[in-house]
Design a protein around this ligand. Structure first.
Ligand code: ADP
Ligand code: MG
Length: 266
């Protein structure tokens, strides 16, 4: 494929990862999980991180959100080193069942991070209502998480992140537990919030088609300890549609490329 500049090639770098390495100190001794990762994500880009299970994708996201210390190298947001949870970021965890407070209603769960934003009551309500509507959960405000299916709970976690309107949204396999139809809707929601709010989005996914459909760029992790084995620019344009985009020959070619790199990485 020819390499033309992506739609966001001129945007400033929002997230910059340089030579990032992570070694866990365990009782059995040090475990080197990530050897050396370098990649950028530009403002308002969607980047997907893919790679085999256990390669260190969740570890990377924890380093990016300040939940784990970085052993060497750096991660920066707008040039500032990340050394604790940055307030301009939101994270949607892989283990969504543990990310909602079971004793709070859906509405109060979504409200939690908003309390730090000094919004008026009507603004708070508006954000909660529109975020729940965006994930297809309009009217679920007074339900409790345990009254909802796993997929619905994950959508509440996504609504909470969206309502907060972070500059950078980080999600760890966010759509793994929802049905195919909802997954397509949530993928399109991701693209829509990027377009509407200029959010920069980093998504870990094991679904290659999803990575290509969502991304401006796919970062493939491989080898153990992990390195970036390939960065693939996805030049499918900004207008994407579940049916027409996925049936384009360029889409098939990109999917094959990502698949081959992941297979090599395994
Ligand atoms: N807190 C921890 N302490 C020690 N090892 C860990 C810890 N968290 C993850 N690991 C190890 O790091 C490796 C990568 O894990 P993870 O980041 O969850 O991979 P992925 O998300 O790609 O499946 C695995 O071998 C895992 O056992
Ligand atoms: Mg993981």
């Amino acid at each position: 494929m020819t390499s033309t500049a992506s739609a966001f090639a001129d945007a400033p770098v929002r997230l910059s990862v340089v030579g990032l390495a992570k070694t866990y100190e365990t009782k059995q001794g040090p475990v080197e999980v990530i050897a050396d990762l370098t990649f950028d994500v530009r403002a308002a880009e969607i980047a997907c991180i893919v790679g085999p299970s256990g390669i260190g994708k969740t570890t990377l996201l924890k380093c990016l959100t300040g939940l784990q210390s970085i052993t060497s190298g750096s991660a920066r947001i707008d040039g500032e080193p990340i050394d604790g949870p940055p307030k301009e970021m939101a994270l949607v965890f892989q283990e969504y069942t543990r990310s909602l407070m079971p004793w709070l209603t859906v509405e109060r769960n979504v409200l939690l991070p908003l309390r730090h934003l000094r919004l008026s009551k009507p603004e708070q309500s508006e954000r909660i209502t529109s975020a729940l509507a965006a994930v297809g959960l309009a009217g679920a405000e007074s339900k409790y998480p345990w009254q909802l299916s796993g997929g619905m709970q994950q959508r509440v976690a996504i609504a909470r992140a969206i309502a907060y309107r972070p500059e950078v949204l980080i999600m760890d396999e966010p759509f793994a537990s929802v049905d195919a139809q909802t997954r397509f809707e949530l993928e399109d929601l991701c693209i829509r919030i990027r377009d509407e709010f200029g959010m920069t989005i980093v998504v870990v996914t094991h679904d290659i088609d999803e990575a290509v459909y969502l991304s401006d760029r796919v970062v493939v992790l491989g080898e153990r300890p992990a390195r970036v084995t390939e960065i693939i620019d996805v030049e499918l344009g900004a207008d994407r549609d579940q049916i027409t985009t996925r049936s384009r020959p360029e889409f098939a070619a990109l999917r094959t490329r990502v698949f081959e790199h992941i297979r090599k990485a395994g």
